[in-house]
Design a protein around this ligand. Sequence first.
Ligand code: AMP
Length: 316
Amino acid sequence: MSVQADILAEIKAYETIIIHRHQRPDPDAIGSQVGLAELLRASFPEKKVYQVGGPAEGLDYLAQMQEIPDSTYQGALVIVTDTANAPRISDDRFHLGDKLIKIDHHPNEEPYGDFMWVQDQASSCSEIIADFWQLFPEELHMTKNAARLLYAGIVGDTGRFLYPSSSSHTLRMAADLIDFEFDYSGLNRQIEQISSNVARLSGYVYQNLEMDESGAARVTFSTEMLKEFGVSDAQTSGVVPLPGAIEGVLAWAIFVQQPEGYYRVRMRSKGPAINEIAKRYHGGGHALASGANASDLAEAQKLYEELQKVCSDFTA
Ligand code: AMP
């Protein structure tokens, strides 16, 4: 039996299914998690299906999370979407269930769970959940809301089909989802929408981005600066793609100081793989989109020098 058939068999066998995703969720985390929850609710109305992990700042337009007591985990099946490693799972009660399934599209560096469906070539975890539906069309019923959520996840993780992870299969899947007639244009706009404070921070990024001849670029936000701009850590996601539009920029890092003093590093690339650097700085991720942490400005400098090196060595 394929792992997909195993997963479907497990879903059928359990009365209670609890779905988790990663901390600091993005549209793909919520889209894959709640998209799967909605798919299962429509397909198995007799089952109890929960989506948990605490509120998702700025993503309320996609879905709301549920609160459940520890006792709900007794004898339950737990599925985690879009989360490479167990410490990043939002709500660490994921291990209280009877069985654990991982469904993800990040490199499988830290396997966990009784069953794993990991496809790191997929554009997004939402695309994998949509594949699940298309593999078992007789048993899994897509709904308008599930389609909306999965589409949002695909759009979020592909930068609206900009990144090379968008395959012809991704585009066909997006088309199949759009057939469910949700307002995809309005949804695209909601995903792209930024507050006026983030718009001002965008100006700061364009004006203060440090670029060099290797194609590396960086900008740093201190906690005081973010306070002045009125932008939260989560809202910085709105400015992360911006340097990619600039001619000559190959890979970039945005250093976001945290209240504890260390820097969360949001790294992106248009060519050179950056996830090996991220791994060396307490992080990880995809070849072209990774996250890391630097304890202070000196460590941030070291990370940036490694970024410059991969850019200099890169030949398209
Ligand atoms: P972000 O810049 O936070 O949007 O992160 C981009 C990608 O990097 C995410 O999709 C994750 O795959 C990965 N990532 C971010 N932070 C970490 C971390 N601390 N550990 C492992 N992977 C991370």
